[in-house]
Design a protein around this ligand. Sequence first.
Ligand SMILES: Nc1ncnc2c1ncn2[C@@H]1O[C@H](COP(=O)(O)OP(=O)(O)OP(=O)(O)O)[C@@H](O)[C@H]1O
Length: 597
Amino acid sequence: MVRFLMPGLQLLRDTLGRQLRLLPLVVVLGLASAALEGAGIGLIIPMLGIIAGSDGSPGLSGISAVFHQVGSGLDNGDRLMALGAAILALIVLKNVIAFANTVLTNFIYGKASHSIRSALANQLLRIGYPFFLQQNPGRLLNIISNESWRASDAIQTVLAAMVNASAAVILLAFLLLLSWQMTLFVALGLIVVQVAHAALSATLKAPSRKVTSFNSDLAARMLHLVHAGRLIRVFGQENREKAAFDSASDSVRHAGFVLQTRQGILPPLTEVLHSALFLAAVVSAWFAGVSFPVIVAFVVLLYRLQPHVRALQMSWSQIQGWSGSLEEVRWLLDSSDKPKPPSGSEPIAGINEGIAFAGVTFRYPASGSRAVVLRSATFEIRGGCSTAIIGRSGAGKTTIVNLLCRFVEPDEGHILIDGLPLDRIDPAHWRRQIAVASQDLELVDGTIFENITYGQSATLAEVERAAKLAEAHGFIEELSEGYQTVVGYRGASLSAGQRQRIALARALVRDPAILILDEATNAVDGLSEAAIVETLKLRAGRRTTIVISHHRSTISFCDDVVVLGGGRVRSRARLAEVASLSMDQLYEHEAPLESQS
Ligand SMILES: Nc1ncnc2c1ncn2[C@@H]1O[C@H](COP(=O)(O)OP(=O)(O)OP(=O)(O)O)[C@@H](O)[C@H]1O
């Protein structure tokens, strides 16, 4: 039994924490309510004895004889009343305890469900960033939005199974004490039913995994419809996308139908088998000469036992049916096979000499046979200076930003900050020194003020100053709500250039030691860009700035330029020395490493 509860129990253990101590109480309350029920049923024996007019105990032994003696000192009328009152009191008490157990299991279920969702969110926030480079977002969305709920349901089923198992154990014990022969007969019958049930339940695992996998595909399709709305319309792909979505949805329907049909066979089958067992027990008891009150008490007990056993068997098949969901949730919560977050413990409070890439080689994880992105890259970014990192598309510029932010780690070589290896520096400390404005970093669904102060508390005056530097203040003031304007999901209510200027203001409000601009102004008009470049010049000699751009004007204020190409650093030079070269000429500019300044 424990084996079938195992996946749910493991999830309970992983997520519940302190509430785990409440599980034994669930069992104790389940046992207590079943014991009270069994005692109430046992008191039917003397009641029936009085009604049938037999005041002796013919054919009664063991617990049935004990029950038969209850209230034997009273006259029949008083005894009948007292037995009735006692049975009613036991029923009331049993239901009070059962209700208390329902409240307790609902409490544990609620806590466990919340813990699962919270643990999933925590895992997604703490996990090493390369995980997101490898995983299908549809799979992750499906786990959070669908499978986590099924895992919660599985936990509820486990709790119900614990209560039902406790009740079944106690009621079986009463049956055993009433008649071990009949109990043996029933127990053997139950084992046969269980074997048939387990064999059928085992066939649910494969369709359950299929449902989970098709659900992931469907979630990916949903994400695509939401994110690619413009692309689909502009290329007139509505029909094709509709067909693809319908096909994914129909696969879920079909897999779900197969699973539910197989699951649906189980309740009628178990009902038929249990009823047959029930009738066979009664008939064989009559042939074996078991006394009438005992048969009645046995039948009532058996009748009460049956729903618990059936519920237990249903729990079994439900958990098999949710095995795919449980596996998915446990996979995401398991950190052992996931990329670790960046490590390091040395504090850092700024940057003086600069950043040095020393023989850095890097290839994206899970990129199969794809080329090495950076091969033995060696160059310096001088502290307090502005450095342009340029190269043709795909040369590895954004990869350098990813390495600097420690989203990914070098396969070989080191990145040194004032001579200290970056992987020894506390990543939280380090990231506080950096601010990134990039074409890829979205806005959050909040006000402009909230977007600019994301990750940095600042006054309205400071926010306005940063917005002025980013050439955003003018257009923000023209909005009816000003800085309180809600920008919508990913800043959908703003133009691309407006979004970029808010993202730049968000980076500038931190006044970071290292400002990284990765194509941060490519959607901004020329005049605004010129003004932004003037702003960036103000940082010269004071703060370190890294600029990635394909535009000559954007890098015009930089002191140094690093040219990437073919997976390596082609050259590093003072920008003034190569001022006469066009962007295309710069991309091809070669300078042997030893001659690089
Ligand atoms: N997540 C990823 N997984 C696998 N390969 C990647 C990933 N991101 C980038 N690459 C590959 O790494 C190489 C460098 O990409 P990167 O984004 O650093 O180029 P870039 O110089 O910034 O290009 P662009 O100017 O077009 O923005 C490219 O060949 C790209 O295909």
